[in-house]
Design a protein around this ligand. Structure first.
Ligand SMILES: NCc1[nH]cc(CCC(=O)O)c1CC(=O)O
Ligand SMILES: [Mg+2]
Length: 331
């Protein structure tokens, strides 16, 4: 008889209706999970759209209040700031990074005044400021570690002084978290948090971002001597362990979706707040497919973000933050 063999347990029962599906859902995306990266530009011109990131703009200080207003209203907790530096301010040493009046610092001071409840994340790396597009300084054809860390530490102090709440070193030099923490504490900046880009891979998915900040044409070579090999996972745990030991408050894995296994391993191993950066190329893929009518934009976007939660993320840096927050508010 069919009856006896038939399953007593039917997992489909818990999927029967929406109420039950909601009751048994293991993970949930909320607006608290969203960090919105924004691009800022010099001048009072109109916002310029990033060509491989439709819907993403570089915005001048004059347009910043309007640009950020909705994100603040939607209660997005944090913004990550990225400057598009004019070519004439770039040089081999990236000295503009240390200018207290640079675009990033002016934007931070302005945003802190206009939106005091919003946390500001400052990317620490020299690539927006170097004419060669690398994250550190080059000596004899090599991006040197220790000298770069000294400059990056000054860059971080410069950002913190301008009101950046969360310093996010994305340079992948060794030992930078320890030096940064010590330098900030030495200046009494004990509350300034560090979100370390701990496991950052040398990825093709950063292409549109480099266009956005104007380092695409500039970049000479690749970043494989400091960013991680996509083939590696044990190495990511060593990177994260080092950064936690050196004083990182939160760690990040980057890129996002192709690296969910890394997020899960880091979360299981360390139990610290882990963030993912759903990077420019991931945004571009969803937008391109949706604009071709090949994907349902909102469904694909919300599913991808939920999957970061399932993998163990405390939050996600995503260019879709505002669009996702709108949908979450309606739900
Ligand atoms: N160090 C700079 C930096 N910070 C964030 C990104 C990429 C973000 C994105 O692609 O959205 C990069 C690019 C890079 O390392 O070349
Ligand atoms: Mg490291």
């Amino acid at each position: 008889m069919l009856g006896q063999k038939f399953p007593l347990t039917r997992l489909r029962r818990n999927r029967f209706d929406d109420a039950t599906r909601r009751m048994v859902a293991e993970h949930k995306l909320s607006v608290d999970d969203l960090i919105w990266p924004i691009f800022i530009r010099e001048g009072d011109g109109a916002p310029t759209e990033v060509s491989a990131m439709p819907g993403v703009f570089r915005v001048g200080l004059n347009g910043l209040a309007k640009h950020v207003e909705e994100a603040a209203k939607l209660n997005i907790p944090a913004l990550a700031l990225f400057p598009a530096t004019p070519a004439d301010l770039k040089n081999a040493e990236g000295t503009e990074a240390l200018n207290p009046e640079n675009l990033m610092c002016r934007a931070a001071r302005f945003l802190k005044k206009e939106f005091p409840q919003m946390a500001l994340v400052g990317d620490v790396a020299l690539d927006p400021y170097t004419d060669h597009g690398h994250d550190g300084v080059i000596r004899d054809g090599y991006v040197v570690n220790d000298e770069s860390v000294e400059i990056l530490t000054k860059q971080a102090l410069n950002q913190a002084a301008a009101g950046i709440d969360i310093i996010a070193p994305s340079d992948m030099m060794d030992g930078r978290i320890a030096m940064l923490r010590e330098a900030m504490d030495g200046q009494g900046l004990i509350h300034t948090r560090i979100m370390s880009y701990a496991a950052k891979y040398a990825s093709a998915f950063y292409g549109p971002f480099r266009d956005a900040i104007g380092s695409l044409g500039a970049l000479k070579g690749d970043k494989k001597t400091y960013q991680m090999n996509p083939a590696n996972t044990d190495e990511a745990l060593r990177e994260v362990a080092m950064d936690i030991a050196e004083g990182a408050d939160m760690v990040m894995v980057k890129p996002g979706l192709p690296y969910l296994d890394i997020i899960r391993r880091v979360k299981d191993e360390f139990g610290v707040p882990v963030f993912a950066y759903q990077v420019s190329g991931e945004y571009a893929m969803i937008e391109a497919a949706a604009r071709n009518g090949w994907l349902d934009h909102d469904k694909a976007m919300m599913e991808a973000l939920l999957c970061f939660k399932r993998a163990g993320c405390s939050g996600i840096l995503t260019y879709h933050a505002v669009q996702a927050a709108r949908i979450l508010e309606e739900e």
